[in-house]
Design a protein around this ligand. Sequence first.
Ligand SMILES: [Zn+2]
Length: 200
Amino acid sequence: MTISIDFEGMIKHVHVFLRRFRVIEHGTLDGVKAIVVHQTDSPTAESTFNAYLSGGNGAHFLIDKDGRIYQTASLLKRCYHVGRLIKSRCLELTPNSCSDPNLAKIKALGWSARINEIDRIERQKPYPDRFPVNSDSLGIELVGRHIDDKSFEMVTSAQNASLRWLLDALYDSFSIGADDTFRHPAISYKNPGEAAGARW
Ligand SMILES: [Zn+2]
């Protein structure tokens, strides 16, 4: 399925409502290589929009509980949605075959020093050797509240259907696929329940 994207990086499609917040855009994206799926920890779309007004963190899309898709930032612009430190793709996904000698040296470090060093090492690698970062990925937020240390509200079936539609459209537009789509806690140090209920 092909969607059209205008010169400003905004989607032109009847399923996508444009609600752009330029204050959450921070410079130019170096192309789109991956997608990160999030949950907002807010009760409504409107509460996230209110937070976006003051700038800072944000993502490119927001999917409301009724499945309505909003585009909240240009697809040409970088948003802060991944977080400051990324995990090691090699250590997380293929620990038994991860032979990066730099990563072998971090085992003696304490937790805080270790996650900082992992981030430094990983950022020197090209995608897909590492997880996505803000400069090469799009973020999709699903409206939903954080419940406790391990869980978030369920993703609604309308949200899931819209997420699948949007992912298919983005896969087609940027020649990427499901292998390039990650739940936020898989790549960064977040509540493990975030987006756990999302399926694609
Ligand atoms: Zn997130």
